[in-house]
Structures are given as structure tokens and as C-alpha cells.
Ligand binder design. Structure first.
Ligand code: PRX
Length: 657
């Protein structure tokens, strides 16, 4: 087995796909870019920043008081002006910003940059009328509709940092985020469409804001037309408050370091972290990476990031990056199989999508469905493919290139995180000879390394953990309200180096392969979920005494959540009661966090394997969950416990979602 794995690693490591000739000739990035950025990193980034519209120039590119960075110090700009007004002023108002495609068949809206500008100005005026001022936080809990983008840009315009909460999160999760950043307004919709049915959002918001005096208004977009409960004192319809506003709005210039948004992400504790991004550096980073990694030609490309706006990928590569570059994007509301398993490929064909950016888990789902679905459509408009969110296995990479990219489109595997703001490690399609499964090299102007446990850079062929060695413009500026946690989480493992939490290796050529998280964070369908967060959701159930959660390898979702739970009292449950409790627990986790965190499998066990000092040995539970031979059990207080669990696991069926 080990020899086989090694052999296949060798085969893929040496397999290369050189850039196609047209990319090598015409792409936005040419080989000298690496040298230029290497010689003077700050000059490189200031050149990228100069492509934006600044109301006042900066006097210093970087002020680095480790671990706190300020980029483009003294500069002033408005992110919303950079994303919309400037393109209209340049004569591109008629260009489509979004081909929006609703999940119900036939429901589409094309929104030009001129229209987007009017919508954003109206929304900015509405927010001001509702009393939202610069610096106030606004929570956004929305389906994938144009108003979501408009709401974000209106916030950016008036300088009110937004916090978009993925609509799949529960009322409890939303409430915690609203409280943590003390949001004054929540923008939502009555509901959205998902897998052919209208799902509700407003009831979750009603529960989330109950009793929170800090939330003065809830602004509601009518999307599905379903009935909603209404609080006259608090709730406002978007069409009442926004539609009648002026389409003129003079945008103020904000400091380069003015907070743009807070995005919550899971860490190794139960409490999600509010990752703070600011304006000038973030916009520079996302627009530069978008333009160079995806080789954007705004006059002709149709770009599609198939992710949800509620995650950082949506923020950076559906909203801020593409709009800053004046690009036409697809914005699709639904799931990949709504209206048929070829829905995406119909969209590509109809909208002439030229660049597609998605996650390995989705690619693996398409593989499972079969190549006949993409095969039935003309995908010749595609010229470039991207991957993000988790390590991509070479098989999926090659399938993607062949069956979606017609063996002609380069594939860029991009590594980054909520914290990094934008892409950090990636091939450049006109320069890099790619290897299936490798994110290859740092983007120009970004410095990364792979260190061993002692903090020494590994040689080629070696593995360790990934660090970023120099500050970068899109970096998080901190954790909302918790500087100490910021230092502890990212800057305490190695002195003045950013610890990403990912394992990585350098192959014989020095190219980088990402190996997944090295902490207690799982990656399920490209979503980051903390084992501790799921454990604490489980133990909040009245029947649960103790819970241990591990991420087990899953052929489709990358990892699946497996929970080991001991129940209170010593009453042995019969199998019917046990099944009922398992169903209740899965529901309970969905309520506490959201459906994405619902365990794939729950095993009710009489005990958990612990060391003599009482620490749960998750490593062994991972072995159990993955049906592997158990590792070293000598430190266990009672080795029979894990053997018993292993046997239980072997005799339990494995329910797939
Ligand atoms: O483990 C890495 C994985 O996703 C984590 C970041 O998750 P999140 O903040 O939710 O952002 C996801 C979208 C940028 C990373 O720590 N990850 C992301 N991209 C890749 C990846 N792992 C391997 N290869 C990638 N291309």
C-alpha cells in the first residue's frame, strides 16, 4: 500500500502540463513578473495598488509592527467606487457585471455596471436613512441574489463593515456572530430557492435578533414571496426603503485601513473567529490575484466563481476582485443539480463562460455523476479552470482538465484562506508548467516556506508546516475584538512568521503540495469546521455526557464528520432508542451550527479512549473512523476501550448523506 502510494506520488509529481502557447504569449503575467516582485516586493505591490482609484495617495507602502500591518498608509479610497463607479466613468457602464441566474428555470437578470451603480447608490442612501453610520456593523444573511452584492457594496460605500453570514448557518450561529460584532442592522430575504423548494431565512433572523436591542432594523428583500412574521417597529422591506432612493450618492473617501468586513471562520476552539479585512490592501490583493491568476480580459471574459457569497471565496472572487477589474461574472443561486445534473454545463454554454473556479468536492461529485453530463454540452468557451478550498487529488485534477477543460484549459489550483484574503500559492497560467495536485509556487510578491517542527525550512523532498514569511496586502488585520487570540493563533508558533495551520511538502523541484490541516479543523466540502465546535454542540444536548469528533477521509466531501458520543447515566439504550437519539443529535448540531456541521456518522459508545491524564486520543478515533489499523495504544489508560469502539465501528453501517 505504502509503496503504491509512493509510486503514484512520484508519477504525478513528475507529470507536467506546460502552459498552452496562446497563454504563454498573451497572458497578463509574463515570466519576468516573479523576478520583478522578488527584487522589490513593496514596489510590486504599490504598482498593483496604483491600478485602483485612490482619492488620496499613500505615503508609505507598509508599516509593519509585527504582527500588525498597515498597508498603503495615509492613502484614501472607496471600495464601492472602485468596483462600480469607476467603470461607468470609463465608459463601460453598459458592460454586464453579473449574469444572475436564479435556481428556478428561466429566471435570469443581467445587471450592467451602470445599473449596479444605481442600485448601490440607492442602497447606500437607504442605509444612511436607516441611521447606519460609518463604522457601524451590518450583518448580511442572504441567498445568492444580486441584492446581496448590492448590500455589501452599499456598506463598503458608507464605511459600515459588513459581516456576511452564510445562509446555511443556523439562527444560533447567526445570533452569535451578530452579538460578537455588535451589528446594528441585519439585511436578509424572506427566503431563497434551494433544490427546487423555497427555503425560509426570515424566521432564523427573527430568532437570532430576539431580545438584541443593538439591532435596530431588519431589512428584508422579497425573493420568494412566502409569508413572513413582521415586527413593525423593526422590520423594513427592501423595496419600500431602497427603491425610492436617489441613484446619486457621493461616496466618501475611506482610509486605506478602514475596516471593510468581518468574516467568521472556525478555529480550534468552539468560538468562531471574526477575521477582519480592511480596504486598500485587501482590494489591491484580490484585484491583482484575480487579474493575474485568472488572466482576466475584462472586455471578453465571462468569469464564474461557483461558490457562495457567504464564504471568503465569494467575497474575494465573486464580488471584490472581479468587480474591481470590471469583469462580467455569473452569479448562480442554486445547487449544481437543480433542474438536472447538467445545470452548470448549460449555464457555461448559454453564458459562454470562459473561466470557471470551483472546489474539488464539487469536481468529485461531477465525476461520480459521470462525464455524460458535461459531455452533452458545448464547453468550448472555457479557457481556464481554477480549484480552491481543499487539496485536489490528482485524479480529480485530471478529470477536470479533460472532461470540463477539453484537455486544452490550464488548471490553477489556488491555496489561500479566509485569513489571507486572497490567493497566495498558485500557478500562473501563462508561465507555470502545472502538476496535478500541486498548488506549485507563491504568487509574485508573496513569500511562503515549509518548516519542520523545529522551525527550520525543509529541503526539497521534505514535509512540514506552511508559513508565510512576509506580510502581504490582503492579510487579516486581526481577530475582531481579540488581539491576543490573533497573536496566539497565528504568530506564536514561530517568531514573526504567519502559521497557516496547514501541512505541506516541497517536492524534488521545490514545488509546494498542500496536505490538509494540522490542527483540529476539519475540511468538509471545502468548508472549515472545528471539531471542538461540533463537540460543544453535541455536549449541549441534555443526554450527552461526552463527545469526541474527528474528520474522516471521504471520497466526495474530502472529510466527513464522525462523532463518538457517550450518554449520561448508565441506562443502556436499546437499538431503537439509540437510533432515535442519533437522529436527534444530528438535528441538534444542525440547529446549533448549521446543516453543514451535521455529523455523517455518530457512534454511541460507553466510553472514550483516554490517556492516563484524561486526554481524549482523537488520533486513535481517526484510525477507527477510517477503518485503519490502530496506531500506538500504549499511552491509553485502558486499551480495551478503543478495541471495543473499533469493533462497534466495524459492525455499524455507514450512512452517507
Ligand atoms: O486547509 C486549507 C484549505 O482550506 C483552508 C482555508 O479555508 P477557508 O478559510 O474556509 O478558505 C477556503 C477558501 C480560500 C486552508 O487552510 N485549502 C484552501 N485552498 C486549498 C486548501 N488546501 C489545499 N489546496 C488548496 N488549494
Amino acid at each position: 500500500m505504502a509503496a503504491e502510494a509512493e509510486l503514484s506520488a512520484l508519477l504525478t509529481e513528475s507529470r507536467r502540463f506546460p502552459p498552452p502557447a496562446d497563454f504563454a504569449r498573451d497572458s497578463n503575467a509574463q515570466p519576468e513578473i516573479y523576478e520583478r516582485a522578488h527584487l522589490d516586493r513593496l514596489k510590486f505591490w504599490s504598482e498593483q495598488a496604483s491600478r485602483l482609484k485612490w482619492d488620496e495617495p499613500w505615503d508609505q507602502v507598509l508599516d509593519w509592527q509585527a504582527p500588525f500591518a498597515r498597508w498603503f498608509v495615509g492613502g484614501k479610497l472607496n471600495a464601492s467606487v472602485n468596483c462600480v463607479d469607476r467603470h461607468v466613468e470609463a465608459g463601460n457602464g453598459e458592460r454586464i457585471a453579473y449574469h444572475w441566474i436564479g435556481e428556478p428555470e428561466g429566471e435570469t437578470r443581467d445587471i450592467s455596471y451602470a445599473q449596479l451603480k444605481d442600485m448601490v447608490c440607492q442602497a447606500a442612501n437607504a442605509l444612511t436613512e436607516l441611521g447606519v453610520a460609518k463604522g457601524d456593523r451590518v450583518a448580511i444573511y442572504m441567498p445568492m441574489i444580486p441584492e446581496t452584492v448590492v448590500a455589501m457594496l452599499a456598506c463598503a460605500r458608507i464605511g459600515a463593515p459588513h459581516t456576511v453570514v452564510f445562509a446555511g448557518f443556523s439562527a444560533d450561529a447567526l445570533r452569535n456572530r451578530i452579538i460578537d460584532c455588535d451589528a446594528r442592522l441585519v439585511i436578509t430575504a424572506d427566503g431563497g430557492f434551494r433544490r427546487g423548494t423555497a427555503t425560509a431565512l426570515k424566521p432564523a433572523v427573527d430568532n437570532a435578533v430576539a431580545g438584541l436591542d443593538g439591532v435596530r432594523n431588519v431589512l428584508v428583500v422579497r425573493r420568494t414571496g412566502q409569508p413572513v412574521d413582521w415586527d413593525d417597529a423593526r422590520d423594513r422591506w427592501w423595496h419600500d426603503v431602497v427603491a425610492g432612493q436617489s441613484t446619486e450618492h457621493t461616496a466618501p473617501a475611506h482610509d486605506s485601513e478602514h475596516p471593510l468586513y468581518v468574516m467568521y471562520t472556525s478555529g480550534t476552539t468552539a468560538k468562531p473567529k471574526g477575521i477582519l479585512h480592511t480596504t486598500g490592501g485587501y482590494l489591491t490583493h484580490v484585484s491583482a490575484t484575480h487579474r493575474l491568476v485568472f488572466d482576466i480580459k475584462p472586455e471578453s471574459d465571462v468569469f464564474w466563481t461557483a461558490a457562495d457569497i457567504g464564504w471568503v471565496t465569494g467575497h474575494s472572487y465573486i464580488v471584490y476582485g472581479p468587480l474591481a477589474n470590471g469583469t462580467t461574472s455569473v452569479l448562480y443561486e442554486g445547487t449544481p443539480d437543480a433542474g438536472g445534473r447538467d445545470r452548470w454545463w448549460r449555464i457555461v454554454e448559454e453564458k459562454q463562460v470562459s473561466i470557471l473556479y470551483t472546489a474539488p468536492t464539487t469536481i468529485r461529485t461531477f465525476m461520480k455523476w459521470g462525464e455524460q453530463f458535461p459531455g452533452a454540452h458545448d464547453l468550448s468557451s472555457l479557457r481556464l479552470l481554477g480549484s480552491v478550498g481543499e487539496p485536489i487529488n490528482p485524479e480529480a485534477w485530471i478529470w477536470y482538465r479533460k472532461h470540463i477543460g477539453g484537455d486544452r484549459c490550464p488548471v490553477v489550483d489556488t491555496w489561500w484562506q479566509t485569513e489571507t484574503g486572497g490567493i497566495m500559492i498558485t500557478p500562473l497560467p501563462g508561465i507555470t508548467a502545472t502538476k496535478p495536485g500541486s498548488a506549485m509556487t507563491a504568487f509574485p510578491g508573496i513569500s511562503v516556506d515549509v518548516l519542520d517542527n523545529g522551525g527550520k525550512p525543509v529541503d526539497n523532498g521534505g514535509g512540514g508546516v506552511l508559513v508565510v514569511t512576509e506580510p502581504w496586502p490582503g492579510m487579516l488585520r486581526g481577530i475582531w475584538g481579540d488581539d491576543e487570540r490573533y497573536r496566539q493563533t497565528y504568530w506564536s508558533r514561530f517568531d514573526e512568521l504567519y502559521f497557516a495551520g496547514d501541512g505541506a511538502k516541497r517536492d524534488v523541484d521545490g514545488d509546494i503540495w498542500l496536505l490538509g490541516r494540522v490542527d483540529d479543523v476539519m475540511n468538509v466540502s471545502g468548508h472549515r469546521i472545528s471539531t471542538t465546535e461540533v463537540e460543544s454542540a453535541l455536549v449541549s444536548h441534555p443526554s450527552v455526557a461526552e463527545a469526541a469528533v474527528v474528520g474522516a477521509t471521504d471520497a466526495i466531501t474530502g472529510q466527513g464528520i464522525v462523532a463518538f458520543v457517550t450518554v449520561k447515566g448508565d441506562a443502556a439504550l436499546d437499538s431503537k432508542a439509540g437510533e432515535q437519539l442519533i437522529a436527534d443529535l444530528r438535528e441538534h448540531v444542525a440547529e446549533q451550527i448549521g446543516k453543514i456541521a451535521r455529523p455523517r456518522q455518530i457512534l454511541l459508545t460507553p466510553e472514550l479512549p483516554k490517556t492516563r491524564s484524561g486526554k481524549i486520543m482523537r488520533r486513535l478515533l481517526r484510525d477507527v473512523a477510517e477503518h485503519r489499523e490502530l496506531g500506538d495504544v500504549t499511552t491509553l489508560a485502558d486499551p480495551t476501550v478503543v478495541n471495543m469502539i473499533d469493533e462497534m465501528m466495524a459492525t455499524t453501517t455507514h450512512p452517507e448523506e
